[in-house]
Design a protein around this ligand. Structure first.
Ligand SMILES: *Cc1c(COP(=O)(O)O)cnc(C)c1O
Length: 383
């Protein structure tokens, strides 16, 4: 259940600066800089750039309004938006880690995040990957572990971690925890309430929701966001524009109703896939856990529409044949938009073993009946 508090936050009227008599949509501050009345005032504001509108590589009122809403949705003190999810991730890893630090990645992690971690080796940052969805991380922590970075649910196998246990373990060792919360959105999971320190989102997915904007965000304590602002944000320069922020704000208005529909459609699709003999496994919290499992009831307020499944006899030709036979589900990367999408990590050369044999569906808003018909049509095509 999405709370009324969160619905209210998504609907918040514009509270930013400027004279906007009755404007229902947040004004787009399409300006690179903000001139000041005196030099003294300029100097004062520039000395605390994260609090003042000085230059749009730093802060901008349209972007700041979005940041305020995202921080409130995640129950964090502050947020910073970025030009992409990867911009947010590179700011967190590159801006907060030092040479000699070690990062522990837990669960299935977004591929480019691990590629970035590999790149950071040249700056003296080490990492290990624990691909299982386990909160039992104690034995994998090192003397120099500075960050535990997780995805839960992940976005390939959708496995869920016990975030409360994981965050408490890391905290006992004085280690910062970071989660990529993109699958659940802030409406369905609030990691900060479970003890996690830093939340990352790709706004490109459900929060934007219309497949027309790329963006990212980081939410955490005011101190952490300030530290991030002056290092990973201002210096790396992965800046969200006012125009993009207005697209994401429009997405937020309908996020609660969209997530409810994605959930309803995904549940109907999963219930149908369960009855298909060609499907050997389905990966999604609704399929993996009983509805009353504490891991689900205590962490997730609902389900999103990204799932994967495995075909019987998962050869490349069968998977490509199935994907090509779909018509409603379009072939492409990304997910979380209004439209249904399909992809698979399988490649012609790879061995037909999970997880390479997965088919991943982003169940859109077209309606479960249409989606199920399309899937049945594709099953018939590979018979
Ligand atoms: C898409 C995605 C990202 C990266 O976001 P971009 O906006 O594409 O840079 C990060 N994490 C997850 C889980 C994603 O799905």
């Amino acid at each position: 259940m999405i709370s009324q508090t969160d619905r209210d936050i998504c609907m918040s009227p514009w509270e930013g600066p400027g004279d906007s008599p009755g404007a229902v949509a947040p004004p787009i501050f399409q300006t690179s800089l903000f001139a000041k009345p005196t030099f003294a005032e300029y100097a004062r504001q520039q000395a605390a750039e994260h609090h003042n509108f000085v230059y749009s590589r730093g802060t901008n009122p349209t972007v700041a309004f979005l940041e305020q809403l995202l921080a409130r949705l995640e129950r964090g003190e502050a947020a910073k938006c970025f030009a992409s999810g990867m911009g947010a991730i590179s700011a967190v890893l590159g801006g907060l880690l030092r040479s000699g630090d070690h990062v522990l990645f837990v669960n299935t992690i977004y591929g480019p995040t691990l590629q970035l971690a590999e790149h950071l080796r040249r700056f003296g940052v080490e990492y290990t990957l624990l691909p299982e969805p386990t909160a039992d991380i104690e034995d994998h922590l090192r003397e120099n572990t500075a960050m535990v970075y997780v995805e839960s649910p992940g976005t390939m196998m959708m496995k869920v971690l016990d975030l409360r246990v994981l965050a408490a373990t890391a905290r006992r060792h004085g280690i910062r925890t970071v989660i990529d919360n993109t699958w659940a959105t802030p409406l369905l999971q609030k990691p900060i309430e479970l003890g996690v320190d830093v939340v990352i989102h790709s706004l490109t997915k459900y929060i934007g929701g219309h497949s027309d904007v790329i963006g990212g965000a980081v939410i955490g304590s005011a101190d952490l966001i300030e530290e991030l602002f002056y290092r990973g944000y201002l210096l790396f320069g992965s800046v969200m524009s006012a125009m993009e922020a207005s697209f994401v704000l429009r997405g937020l208005r309908t996020l609660p109703v969209r997530m409810e529909q994605h959930e309803a459609n995904a549940i109907a699709v999963i219930d149908h896939l369960r009855g298909r003999e060609e499907v050997t496994a389905i990966h999604h919290p609704y399929a993996d856990h009983p509805a009353d499992s504490p891991l689900v009831t205590e962490q997730l307020a609902g389900y999103s529409g990204l799932l994967s499944f495995e075909l019987a006899e998962p050869t490349y030709d069968r998977i490509a044949g199935f994907v090509d036979a779909l018509e409603l589900f379009r072939i492409g990367p990304s997910w979380g938009g209004y439209e249904s999408l399909v992809t698979s990590p399988i490649r012609p050369t790879s061995t037909p073993e999970p997880p390479a044999s997965l088919i991943r569906l982003s169940v859109g808003l077209e309606g479960a009946q249409r989606q199920i018909e399309d899937l049945d049509h594709a099953f018939a095509a590979i018979r």
